[in-house]
Design a protein around this ligand. Structure first.
Ligand code: SF4
Ligand code: SF4
Length: 441
């Protein structure tokens, strides 16, 4: 049964919908005690996970059951914030009907980053994932809500062809909607009524960890959780488009060593050896020799230091990302001291409330419940063969081929870690270029 579940997940091309897109069949091979359902939806403004828990809880639970069967876990805990009242009530009711005794609900407080896997494990299970480690090391697997929804469909032989996402910001009709994977961002914005401002930039993902798109001629992928339309000079956009060298120069010059970034760093508060204020003093020439520099490998790039903690408006997150890049390119790894990890006594009081973060990010005017806008259809999709961690899929169609929705168009390379890609609409393969397959209806 376990092998069958893993095979169905692999065949359907399920990847982690909440993060970088780890192929889910890889995660499903774990043996653990507990599966945590990550419904924290901790990035401000993103609402598709609460929507799915409210509207599709039975499907999500079917996916959870499959993962419990597969991993041998005895407990599946659905974690979501109390502020999502309707979703919470729906989940509680569904779990109360469970007769297996395996399911439970955990009501999270409203702080950022409650949805960080390591923070979630610490919060719910009281266990600390080792530095540079994964939840598996403390007997847990964390699954995103939409991943479980996709797993439930995989059990019925249905591949991943659609994605739920939030459209918010300066847009006519902010909404949660369901779109075929590969739909262009410009088409999604048009479906939501179009931007309400003449000049804008689009953030792919949440305001904290999302990235600013170069243009709107980009496809929605299996990991696109949201599109935020914001003015080009908005606080959220400005920090993301500044040249990395400029950020590094400003940071090195302005940092006053107040230590506030370290005081509020979620990884430091869990007991990990990460001190962003010290990393601000690491010069470029010292990166490979300095023991302090290696701490950058522990940074999750959550952005609390940059977007909330620092009174000088500089970016420890970006400095860490740059140092990490250098270290990883040279194959430098983290060596833990072996000392027990002790969380900070003020950890809970230093958690950053989402409401304050939204104010700090100047997003209050966009904060509201984005209602469901329906399922979008489209006549042209552009499907990247690499939408996941691992090797890009190998194209299995040719220009001119006719495909139906759900047909395989990209296979996992022999012996590699990867994920399959399927046609999200029916039509004709119009082009195959730059690792992308274009299908026209
Ligand atoms: S981005 Fe900043 S706050 Fe977040 S883990 Fe890294 S150093 Fe800590
Ligand atoms: S919070 Fe800002 S100014 Fe203070 S130590 Fe950190 S980077 Fe420097």
């Amino acid at each position: 049964m376990r092998e069958q579940i893993i095979e169905k997940i692999q065949q359907s091309g399920v990847v982690g919908a909440g993060g970088a897109g780890l192929p889910t069949h890889v995660k499903a091979t774990a043996n653990v005690d507990t599966v945590l359902v990550n419904g924290a939806s901790c990035e401000p403004l993103l609402m598709s996970d609460p929507y799915l828990m409210e509207a599709e809880i039975d499907t999500v639970i079917r996916g959870l059951d499959a993962v419990l069967d597969c991993t041998g876990a005895s407990k599946g805990i659905i974690c979501l914030k109390g502020k999502h009242k309707e979703a919470l009530a729906t989940v509680q009711q569904a779990v109360s009907k469970d007769t297996s005794g395996r399911l439970a609900v955990y009501e999270l407080k409203d702080f950022y980053p409650a949805g960080d896997e390591q923070v979630l494990v610490h919060e719910v299970l009281g266990k600390t994932v080792p530095e540079r480690g994964i939840p598996l090391q403390v007997g847990a697997v964390v699954s995103n809500v939409e991943s479980l929804y996709n797993i439930a469909h995989a059990m019925e032989g249905k591949p991943v062809t659609h994605r739920y996402l939030t459209v918010s910001g300066d847009i006519q009709n902010p909404m949660v909607l369901k779109v075929p994977v590969g739909t262009l961002v410009s088409d999604v914005l048009a479906f939501a009524g179009g931007p309400t401002i003449p000049e804008y930039r689009v953030v792919d993902g949440g305001p904290m960890m999302g990235r600013v798109l170069a243009d709107t001629d980009q496809p929605i992928t299996k990991t696109t959780s949201g599109l935020l339309v914001l003015p080009p000079d908005h606080t959220v956009v400005a920090g993301k488009i500044m040249a990395p060298e400029k950020i590094r120069r400003i940071t090195n010059t302005i940092c006053c060593q107040c230590t506030r970034c370290t005081d509020l760093c979620p990884r430091n508060l869990m007991g990990h050896s990460l001190h962003p204020h010290k990393l601000m003093r690491v010069l470029d020439s010292q990166v490979l020799e300095s023991a302090i520099a290696r701490e950058a490998l522990l940074c999750s790039e959550c952005g609390i230091c940059e977007k909330f903690a620092c009174p000088m408006m500089v970016s420890p997150r970006e400095v860490n990302a740059q140092i990490k890049k250098v270290l990883m390119s040279e194959g430098v790894t983290w060596e833990a001291s072996g000392a027990p990890l002790k969380s900070h006594p003020f950890r809970s009081t230093r958690a950053v409330p989402t409401s304050r973060l939204i104010q700090r990010l100047n997003l209050a005017k966009y904060n509201g419940h984005a209602g469901y806008g329906g399922e979008m259809s489209c006549t042209r999709v552009v499907l990247p063969l690499g939408q996941h961690i691992g090797a890009p899929a190998l194209c299995s169609v040719s220009v001119g081929d006719k495909v139906s929705q759900g047909d395989l168009i990209g296979e996992i390379p022999e012996g590699a870690m990867g994920a399959r890609v399927h046609a999200s609409i029916g039509g004709v393969v119009e082009a195959i270029e730059d690792g992308k397959v274009t299908i026209s209806a």
